[in-house]
Design a protein around this ligand. Structure first.
Ligand SMILES: Nc1ncnc2c1ncn2[C@@H]1O[C@H](COP(=O)(O)OP(=O)(O)OP(=O)(O)O)[C@@H](O)[C@H]1O
Ligand SMILES: [Mg+2]
Length: 336
């Protein structure tokens, strides 16, 4: 770990006013943030928020339109080669060669990075053991499950002992159990190596694993803090009740408690501070029989909603509709 007073080198990533415009699309609209050495830092946001574009700028694959960024102390434009030496990258889309074995894939990567021959074999064993694939090292990647492939990609990203590892949607499309196992490998990785991890996700529960997260929407960071701090800022708990007459319950909540409720997932749903203390009052004064109650602490989805007015899933559906509309326009020659 770095010394606390070693301020300069304690920053793994430093970003100021970073912008990326593709023709008419403003993918990233001026973001500022810092990531300290040893942190697990995440970008959470819906499809099209600009997460991959940001990662690609930090990894020197896309040139910023404006602003600057430093990774491990080097400028991503002026010191591109130094940045590349210091980082590992796991892309959103798989990039393994399915016809090669696990070991062959890693060896290819080691050659690309000019790793010294005598360090390749021990390092390969170390990273394959770390992700639980040592026993399968000589199998063709084409025979691997989705989770195994993802683990191998993470191992490959670690081969050259990067100081900063970038993971773009590390567990996208995997089942919950596999996602959890990938997360325990990442946690172990962090224990064993002095490394900073920058990842993107649109899974709420995944963001919970990060030390800090930036919530991104529409090319901008709308909130940035530790997950618990962000959730505490929401200030209300979520209460869901099953009643004998939901319409009457919603009206009574408004009339007697001044609380605006709506139907969600088949239950009367609302947010109040101190949900657990509120429930006894509800039973005493609602005037509508209650069949069941559920009180929960705010989730990151509640955080996202408090800043953007929609849930991440709704935002993704809207983005899908926009994409469809643009496709229709293009098909009908509407693109200028
Ligand atoms: N090469 C490109 N050319 C034109 N537009 C692009 C390009 N790359 C990204 N974009 C646009 O920039 C916006 C942000 O895309 P980006 O891939 O960064 O989002 P994301 O947050 O990673 O989304 P997802 O969760 O779907 O991976 C989108 O509107 C996308 O269409
Ligand atoms: Mg992406």
């Amino acid at each position: 770990m770095m010394e606390a007073n070693d301020n300069q080198s304690a920053l793994a990533i430093e970003v100021r006013g970073l912008v990326k415009t593709f023709d008419e699309v403003e993918a990233v609209r001026g973001v500022d943030f810092e990531v300290e050495s040893g942190e697990v830092f995440g970008f959470l946001g819906p499809n099209g928020a600009g997460k991959t574009t940001t990662i690609n700028m930090l990894c020197t694959l896309v040139t910023p339109t404006a602003g600057w960024a430093k990774v491990a102390g080097d400028d991503v434009v002026r010191e591109r080669d130094d940045v590349r030496r210091n980082i590992g990258l796991v892309f959103q889309d798989p990039t393994l060669d399915n016809y090669l074995t696990a070991v062959q894939n890693l060896r290819l990567h080691a050659e690309l990075y000019g790793l010294q021959r005598d360090v390749v074999a021990p390092r390969m064993r170390q990273v394959l053991e770390m992700v639980g694939l040592w026993e399968r090292k000589d199998s063709a990647v084409g025979t691997f499950s989705g989770g195994m492939r993802r683990r191998l990609e993470i191992a490959r990203g670690m081969m050259h002992s990067p100081r900063v590892l970038f993971l773009d949607e590390p567990t996208i499309g995997l089942d919950p159990q596999t996602r959890r196992s990938i997360w325990s490998y990442i946690a172990e990785l962090k224990e064993r190596e002095e490394i900073t991890i920058f990842m993107t996700t649109h899974y709420m529960d995944e963001a919970e694993w990060c030390d800090r997260i930036a919530i991104m929407d529409n090319g901008q960071i709308v909130a940035l803090d530790a997950p618990d701090t962000l959730k505490a800022q929401v200030g209300t708990d979520r209460v869901m009740i099953q009643t004998e007459d939901d319409d009457a319950a919603i009206a009574a909540l408004q009339a007697r408690f001044g609380v605006g409720a709506r139907m969600a997932e088949g239950a009367v749903t609302f947010g109040v501070p101190g949900g657990e203390e509120f429930v006894p009052r509800l039973f005493a004064d609602l005037g509508v029989p209650i069949k069941a109650v559920n009180v929960s602490r705010p989730t990151l989805d509640d955080v996202f909603m408090s800043y953007t007015g929609t849930t991440i899933r709704d935002a993704e559906e809207d983005a899908g509709k926009n994409r469809n509309r643009m496709m229709m326009q293009m098909m009908h020659g509407g693109r200028r």
